[in-house]
Structures are given as C-alpha cells and as structure tokens.
Design a protein around this ligand. Structure first.
Ligand code: TRP
Length: 433
C-alpha cells in the first residue's frame, strides 16, 4: 500500500490556545493515527525569527508548543516530530531553492505584499521595516516541505499560496535538474471549525481574544466567564447563531450534547448557567491533557530528548537527500568524472537506459543509449548474461574507469555524456527509493 506523507509546521512564537487545539492540534494528532499515513510535524523556529526578536519568548514558545502537542496525544514513535533548526539541511536547501525562485514571485507573496501595501498607504518607502527574512519566508517554507517529499500539507487557507509556491519551486528544480522533488498539495479540512474568541471574532493572538489551551481550571473558568454575550435576561429565548459560547461548546461536545444546549438556549437558559455548562465541558476534555502538560513542562530535558530523537530520524532522510541535490546542481567532488553542462534536462522526459542482448557470435553484450535511443556506450562481448549484468552494476557504482577493457573506446566528449547519463539514472533511482 502506498502511504501518503503529511507534513506541517507550527511557528514558535506564541502559546497554544483553544483555537489552535480545535483547528490544528486535535485534527493533526487524529490524522497521524490513521492507517496509510506518515506524519512529519515540526516546530518552525527558523520561521519564528521572522516575526520575533525575543530569544526567551522563542525558547519558551518552542517548549510550550512541543509540550502541548505531546500532551494532546502526539506519539513521537508514530510521528516524526522535530525542531526545524535541528535540521541544517533545511537552510541549505533553502539556498538551492532560492536560486530557482523568481524574485517577482516573492514580490507577490501575501505576507510581503501586505507589508508593502501598509507602507504605501502610510506614505512610506515600500520596503520600510521589511526584512529579507520576511521576503524569503516562502522559500524557507518550500524547503521545509520539499526536503521530506511531503504529498499533503495541512494548513489554514492563508497558507495556500505558500504551498503553491513550493510546488512551483519543485517543478522548476525538477525541470532544470531532473525529477528530485515530490510536488506537494495543500490539505484544507473544511470540517474543522474556526473557533471564535472571547469577543466573537476568530480566536487569534493578534486580536488578544484567546483562551490558552492550558490555563489552570480557575483561569479557564474566569476566561469563559468573560466571553461576550448579548443582554438577554434569564428566561428569554437566546439564539445560537453568532453565539461564540455556543460555537465553542459545539467544538468540544458531542452532537447530542450540542442539541441539548441548543434547546436550553431556546428555553431561555441564563448566560451564567450556559457559561458554567461550557466551562465544565471544556475542562472535561482539557483536564487529562493538562496533567500531562504540566508534567512535561516540569521536565524540559525530556522534551529536548524527544525532539533530538525526532531530528535524528528526520536527518536520516535529509542528509542523503541533500547530498543527491548538491550533486544534481553541480556541487560535486572534483575527484569524480564531470558531467555535461545540463545533464539531466534531456533525461527529464525519458531516461537513458541499458540494453542487453546476444550477438551472432554467441556472446552477451550491453549498450547504454540516451533517452532518444542514441548510442553512448558499447560493451565488448561477455561469456554469460550474468557477467554483462555485473559489468553494468559496476559501471553504475564505480563509473567508466572500472570497466576498462570491456568497452569499445569512448572519446572525451562521449565520456562526459556517459557520466551524465549514469548520474541521471542514479538520481532517478535515488528519488524513487
Ligand atoms: N508558515 C506556517 C504558518 O505560519 C508555518 C510553517 C512553516 C509551515 N513551515 C511550514 C506549515 C511548512 C506547513 C508546512 O502557519
């Protein structure tokens, strides 16, 4: 069965709130437990540097987010759970992608454009206060995704453009250097609720209307008590439409419980009582996780160990892959035979191939032909088909030099073409692995 690889990142600048739990943590943890999926979830701390210049806050947020995901049931044995900055291959890949990304494409990225528009509206120079980090953000995100050959990237709608950009970077790179990257797609779950905050607008740090996921029971009660309601008195029928209190309840309760509250609204439940119902229901979900969370927060070294183990697993993929990519673009050992200028471009549509055959003299031969069927290399005769097969394997492993005496003479130019063809086959095999 083929597995689908999901990958998503969480920027480490804030403290998880109920909206993050309902919109991201809970569905992602549930998805990671499905059969046929492989999940890569990571703490995007390089991204955090773009919007936060407070080192203590970044460290604190990384700890809180890691503890929240683990407390919510993320199983680090099942999910590759790591911290972005533990993977040095990611910034390295960022550079390779930077070099295949049009600057004009980045000019159109939403986050950058929003800053430019704001400056323009205020009569300032368009790039005023804009760092190159903000400008490059989509490329870093592209590297996060492409490094691990993710098929699906669960994100909010505001991130769709970034996934499309990552796709374009992958396609450009593949076009230039051969098929190395998987083209990712955004995965948007329409069933997942966006939770309203205390004031009824979307729960968001930027509106300062959040309920932290792991506040104490007392704090939770107090915050729920401050949810905005209308002025209807006890006994007066209330509307569920537009009621933040009701929507939050719905995200935590069963369908039957939700129906019961709907009826209570119609029957004129007092706001104070409705808040009490909501508080108890949310706390029932949170309480067991809260205990785990507090335990984890008291053992930061344990979280560190978990993240380092995740990074090790992630790097087991990233390290050989970046090696392949470096070679593909020409960052290669000088001790190896060099290849033609743009070797794999022609190999993109079709690959070179080895053909084995028997001649009238009874011997077994092979030849290497390029994607168009043009002869690149011709062997001498072998006594058994097995010998010809082994010679091909050696040639692929060790290059042309290994087969001296078994090949018809090749001149310098042809030699470069053969090396390019071998590299294309190797890259293809590595990408398929
Ligand atoms: N930029 C994303 C956000 O703000 C976080 C993120 C960073 C991410 N790298 C990613 C999400 C890679 C998905 C895949 O929400």
């Amino acid at each position: 069965m083929s597995t689908t690889r999901f990958l998503t990142g969480i920027t480490t600048t804030g403290t998880p709130h109920l909206g993050n739990f309902v919109g991201s943590i809970r569905p992602s943890v549930a998805a990671s437990l499905q059969p046929g999926v492989q999940s890569f979830y990571f703490l995007a701390d390089y991204h955090a540097l773009i919007k936060c210049e407070d080192p203590a806050r970044i460290q604190r947020s990384t700890l809180e987010i890691a503890a929240s995901w683990l407390a919510a049931g993320l199983d680090p044995e099942k999910v590759t759970f790591y911290r972005q900055s533990d993977i040095p291959e990611i910034p390295e890949l960022t550079w390779l992608l930077t070099c295949v990304t049009g600057k004009g494409v980045l000019n159109r990225a939403h986050a950058y454009k929003a800053s430019v528009d704001k400056n323009t509206a205020a009569g300032r120079e368009q790039d005023d206060g804009v760092t190159a980090g903000l400008f490059m953000y989509p490329v870093l995100m592209g590297a996060d995704i492409l490094m691990f050959k993710a098929h699906k990237v669960p994100v909010g709608r505001d991130q769709i453009q970034h996934i499309e950009m990552a796709r374009d970077m992958a396609a450009s790179f593949n076009h230039l250097y051969g098929e190395h990257f998987v083209l990712p797609e955004a995965a948007i779950d329409d069933h997942v609720a966006t939770l309203p905050g205390l004031d009824g607008r979307k729960m968001s740090k930027s509106y300062d209307n959040t309920i932290p996921l792991f506040s104490s029971r007392e704090q939770l009660k107090k915050l729920i008590g401050s949810i905005l309601t209308d002025s209807r008195a006890p006994g007066q029928a209330k509307e569920v439409e537009g009621s933040a209190l009701f929507q939050i309840y719905q995200a935590f309760a069963t369908a039957d419980e939700t129906e019961a509250l709907r009826k209570a609204y119609a029957d004129g439940i007092a706001w104070g009582d409705a808040k009490q119902v909501l508080f108890e229901r949310v706390d029932q979900v949170i309480a067991p996780m809260r205990a785990k969370y507090e335990d984890l927060m008291n053992n930061p070294a344990r979280i560190e160990t978990t993240l380092l183990a995740g990074a090790e697993r992630a790097r087991a993929l990233a390290t050989p892959f970046i090696r392949e990519l470096r070679s593909a673009v020409g960052l290669r050992s000088l001790a190896q035979a060099s290849s033609a200028a743009k070797p794999v471009k022609a190999a993109k549509a079709a690959l070179p191939s080895f053909k084995q055959y028997r001649e009238a003299d009874g011997k077994f031969y092979f030849k290497l032909v390029d994607a168009d069927g043009r002869l690149l290399l011709q062997s001498t005769g072998f006594d058994a088909p097995k010998d010809a097969g082994q010679a091909i394997a050696r040639l692929q492993r060790e290059g042309l030099g290994a087969l001296a005496g078994h090949l018809a003479p090749v001149d310098g130019a042809a030699e470069a073409e053969v090396a390019a063809a071998l590299a294309a086959l190797a890259a293809h095999a590595a990408a398929a692995a």
